[in-house]
Design a protein around this ligand. Structure first.
Ligand SMILES: [Ca+2]
Ligand SMILES: [Ca+2]
Ligand SMILES: [Ca+2]
Ligand SMILES: [Ca+2]
Length: 423
């Protein structure tokens, strides 16, 4: 969700992965998923979801291929005070060491790879098995062990599978029920267990549902229907750390929040904001609840809604021209999200350190040519977000280790030919 998706680091909404090619996974470790599918009953979309899944309880998916048992969960010391910034469902961390890892997809060969990172070094690299080009993916942590897992979704057939990861190995994988391709998944945590869950939205019918996950087991819950003009982002507005849903009506500019508790959604209306504005969920005051950054794509205006629960308190921010793209992260490690602005026409970069609705400093960073695209993570585990730059013309990679508004080191990472895309 970074790069094209990186404007919505806290949003695992359906738009977040739009720039990604499907994840294809090759050969060695596991059987092809097609083999697994035959062991799981096929079902059609919403009827399976709503009738079979709800409300009668748990459906255990086939987990025929258990290659190894999961390691005892080990949580690293929390370097950043904000759990959203440490989440392995937001920043990939396949070995749970608190250092962001990289996931790669080769858009020509369909190969996939993982780099486990230790600061600016690649401590371990491995290839993942292969699947067809129609597979898309989301990162999550379905078993709550602090290690990133992967939801695979077949965009042609509606098949779904889960890979529970342990470093570069697939610890187990399982096939989940098939859902019609109109259903789009987002990752959140809707019941307060450590395991992340799946919010499903049907973009044709407007139906909504949750799959509460426990490892490879899904419990389905249906939610109210909302017409398809409404698009969802996942946030956390209640203050107990679990996920809620921010809704925006793309044709009217209306906004609303669903507070989700115990599988029930309670709707709250927010003020209407004109349709040229785009929201990004963040946490600018470190209150551990979501705030909203609004950017106007036509005028370049920006504003923050600091949210007190579901009540917005608006602050205007400086205006930046339309070529500037906002990327939110926490570059000084204080738990309050900051903004790195990247100008897609000039390659200029500027970092805003934020304190609530105030820009406490705005600092120009080095300019890189426009072939370089940023992705984000805390690669050395010090709680401060670093920047991974990839040159999509040459295949070069460079890491900026960040300390607030300073780039403390610029280090080359191994080169990968340009058709490799990174999350
Ligand atoms: Ca890691
Ligand atoms: Ca996991
Ligand atoms: Ca910060
Ligand atoms: Ca760092």
């Amino acid at each position: 969700m970074f790069s094209s998706a990186n404007s919505s680091i806290f949003s695992t909404g359906s738009t977040s992965y739009s720039g990604l090619q499907p994840l294809q996974i090759s050969n060695t470790v596991v059987k092809p998923l097609d083999d697994l599918n035959t062991s799981w009953r096929q079902g059609s979309s919403s009827s399976l979801l709503l009738n079979d899944f709800n409300p009668s309880g748990n459906i255990e998916s086939s987990s025929a291929l258990q290659y190894q048992s999961l390691a005892t969960p080990q949580f690293q010391a929390a370097a950043n005070p904000n759990p959203f910034l440490r989440s392995p469902a937001i920043f990939p961390d396949f070995n749970g060491d608190g250092k962001t890892d990289k996931i790669w997809h080769n858009t020509q060969t369909g190969e996939n790879a993982i780099w486990l990172m230790d600061g600016t070094k690649v401590s371990s690299a491995a290839t993942l098995p292969k699947l067809g080009p129609e597979w898309d993916f989301r990162i999550a942590d379905f078993n709550g062990d602090g290690k990133t897992d992967v939801l695979l979704r077949n965009t042609k057939t509606g098949e779904n599978s889960v890979l529970l990861m342990d470093g570069t190995k697939i610890a187990s994988q399982a096939v989940l029920p098939t859902l019609d391709t109109a259903w789009t998944p987002s990752i959140g945590n809707f019941n307060g267990s450590l395991n992340t869950d799946i919010f499903w939205r049907n973009t044709k019918t407007g139906e909504n549902a949750l799959w509460l996950m426990n490892g490879t087991k899904a419990t389905g819950v249906s939610l109210p229907t909302l017409d398809p003009n409404w698009t969802s982002s996942i946030g956390s507005f209640k203050g107990n750390g679990t996920s809620d849903i921010l809704w925006r009506n793309q044709s009217t500019g209306q906004n609303a929040i669903w507070l989700v508790n115990n599988g029930k959604a309670t709707g709250v209306s927010l003020p209407t904001v004109g349709t040229s504005w785009t929201p990004t969920i963040a946490d600018f005051n470190g209150g551990l609840t979501s705030d909203i950054l609004w950017r106007n794509k036509d005028t370049g205006e920006n504003k923050v809604w600091l949210m007190n629960g579901t009540t917005p308190n608006e602050s205007a921010l400086p205006t930046l021209g339309a070529a500037w793209k906002a990327n939110i992260s926490d570059f000084n490690g204080d738990g309050k999200t900051d903004v790195l602005w990247h100008n897609t026409q000039t390659g200029e970069n500027t970092v805003w350190l934020m304190n609530g609705g105030t820009v406490t400093s705005a600092t120009a960073l080095p300019t890189l040519g426009t072939s370089w695209q940023p992705s984000f993570g805390d690669f050395n585990g010090d709680g401060k977000t670093d920047v991974f730059w990839r040159n999509y013309d040459t295949g070069e990679n460079t890491i900026w280790t960040m300390d607030g508004s300073k780039v403390t080191s610029t280090t080359s990472a191994p080169q990968l030919s340009k058709e490799w895309y990174t999350l």
